[in-house]
Design a protein around this ligand. Structure first.
Ligand SMILES: O=C(O)CCC(=O)C(=O)O
Ligand SMILES: [Fe+2]
Length: 330
């Protein structure tokens, strides 16, 4: 397990490959304490070349004129308001606090339907590179399954307890692949933020960042904002992949795994340069019932921390409750 430099969020870097027999325990410990973990991008990870190709596709897409992006906007499809391009001004991740929307653009895509198609219009940088995008989605899905299997192992439940409930061959899910672009701007004011404080909604999120484009911060247990490094070990080479726990997995485990608040700020220097990031928000199947996880570790945690009785709802209802509070378009 690696460690980080002073001043930055103390997020461990964990080898989750088969070579590390302690991976399940180390992952669970990090998820319970920080809600964020870096996974070493080794054999268990995703090819750095594939990641870099997806960043190139992202840059090509966001460089299109707004009229072209408008053709694939979230208003342009039948698939639901969470798919497509979100122009600057649409999303406000911390609506109770933020006076102005996040200074960013995003493009959201679900996983392909069972026949390999998408229910939304796709922009040319994506249609021209569809195998790259779907290969990346599959690689993220495999990584999430490995992490969920490690959590199940550490919680002493059937290794496939979580993955069965995330198995997209069995039905639709709220999983979203998202390209993010935070433009450099000279017109920001002191109240502007790139992404307001929020926690993610799903099970786990994989986040990909680029060297030289910092800005992500997490709320520490002490209540301070701490910057998240892009290259935590400072070794260059394949960057570790940042993984965080979402609200759904926190609720599902009675609060044992932590869904930690985070935000994206403008770097201190003027304008701060562009920032591109890619997020893969892994969700359970829509119809998965968020019934208590049958683990003694979870039960013991809930007993000690006075967990409250909650209604068992589906993953889809859990997501709908959260999305309704976030978007300024209806
Ligand atoms: O761009 C980032 O680094 C974080 C994005 C994020 O937290 C989100 O979209 O939920
Ligand atoms: Fe987030």
């Amino acid at each position: 397990m690696g460690s980080l430099q002073e001043g930055q969020a103390q997020i461990p870097v964990i080898d989750i490959s088969a070579a590390n027999k302690n991976a399940p325990a180390e992952l669970l410990d990090a998820a319970c304490r920080f809600g964020f973990v870096f996974v070493a991008n080794n054999d268990a990870g995703i090819s750095p070349d594939l990641i870099s190709k997806v960043f190139d596709i992202s840059k090509e897409f966001f460089a299109l004129p707004n009229e072209a992006k408008q053709e694939v906007s979230i208003a342009s499809n039948k698939a639901g308001k969470n798919h497509g391009w979100l122009s600057q001004g649409v999303e406000k991740l911390d609506p109770k606090v933020q006076k102005r929307p996040d200074v960013k653009e995003a493009f959201n895509m679900p996983l392909p339907s069972s026949d390999g198609t998408f229910e939304q219009p796709l922009p040319s940088p994506i249609t021209n590179n569809l195998p790259t995008v779907t290969t990346f989605q599959s690689a993220c899905s495999n990584l999430c399954n490995l992490i969920l299997t490690h959590f199940a192992t550490a919680l002493s439940i059937a290794p496939d307890w979580f993955t069965r409930r995330h198995d997209t061959t069995r039905g639709p899910s709220g999983t979203i692949f998202r390209l993010l672009y935070y433009p450099q701007t000279s017109t920001k004011t002191s109240i502007d933020i790139r992404a307001g404080a929020h926690s993610d909604y799903g099970s786990i999120t994989c986040l990909f960042q680029l060297p030289g484009q910092p800005g992500l911060e997490i709320k520490t247990p002490e209540g301070n904002w701490a910057p998240v490094p892009v290259d935590p070990l400072g070794q260059g080479g394949p960057l570790p992949i940042l993984v965080n726990i979402g609200d759904l997995l926190e609720d599902w485990t009675g609060g044992l795994l932590k869904s930690t608040k985070h935000r994206v700020v403008f770097p201190k220097e003027d304008g701060g340069g562009d920032r591109y990031s890619i997020a893969y928000f892994c969700h359970p199947l829509d119809e998965a019932l968020l019934e208590p996880v049958p683990s003694e570790v979870v039960e013991e945690f809930v007993r000690r921390n006075g967990g409250k009785e909650r209604k068992v709802i589906t993953a889809k209802d859990h997501l709908m409750e959260r999305l309704a509070a976030t978007y300024s378009v209806k």
